[in-house]
Design a protein around this ligand. Structure first.
Ligand SMILES: [Fe+2]
Ligand SMILES: [Fe+2]
Length: 192
């Protein structure tokens, strides 16, 4: 436990630790609603999800390359997204948390993925709605996420797309793919 805390402190600023605790707590509450048998796991994934967020880009790129991770041309345009998979490997290799579900949830917390598990969605959404976040749609996203994880994901991705469009920024093709996936998933649900 001491080592765990030391590694957290070595990698994260105080601000980021407080964000991570906010994500952990929010993930716990979301799990209490949607995945009660894994609420402790959600808490743990929340604490460690941003472990590589403050590394210099070259460090997480080198870290991933050393582990055979394939870096795409889109990753190179926006390398910060790579803190998610780099963090997942770091948690496995340095913190000794060998858990595939935590690995995936951490790895998918920036771009999301098609076929996300409930735990993946919980970490993705908790990252956005934790109490330290402050943006116009936060409350709406929080309510949607507690009601239904997939609807929460759809709203979150639509917000991202709107934000990037407004700012004239390029949209990662993976974000569009994941957005389409959740549009279909939510449409399917509405038909039932
Ligand atoms: Fe992150
Ligand atoms: Fe985060």
């Amino acid at each position: 436990m001491k080592r765990f805390l030391r590694i957290l402190q070595e990698n994260l600023s105080e601000e980021r630790i407080s964000h991570s605790l906010g994500v952990a707590r929010t993930a716990y509450y979301l799990a209490q609603k949607h995945l009660p048998e894994k609420k402790e796991k959600a808490f743990l994934a929340g604490i460690v999800h941003d472990i590589a967020r403050e590394w210099p880009e070259e460090r997480f790129i080198a870290y991933l390359l050393a582990r055979g991770y394939e870096i795409t041309s889109e990753d190179k345009l926006n390398p910060v997204v790579l803190h998610a998979p780099a963090g997942a490997y770091f948690i496995r290799d340095m913190l000794g948390i060998y858990d595939e579900e935590i690995f995936n949830a951490v790895s998918r917390h920036t771009l999301g993925a098609v076929d996300m598990t409930d735990l993946d969605m919980i970490i993705f959404l908790a990252d956005l709605i934790e109490p330290g976040r402050n943006f116009a749609q936060r409350q709406k996203l929080l309510i949607a996420s507690f009601r239904d994880l997939k609807r929460g994901m759809l709203l979150a991705l639509e917000n991202t797309l709107e934000y990037l469009t407004k700012k004239n920024k390029t949209v990662d093709s993976r974000t569009l793919m994941v957005l389409n996936y959740f549009r279909e998933e939510v449409a399917k649900k509405s038909k039932i």
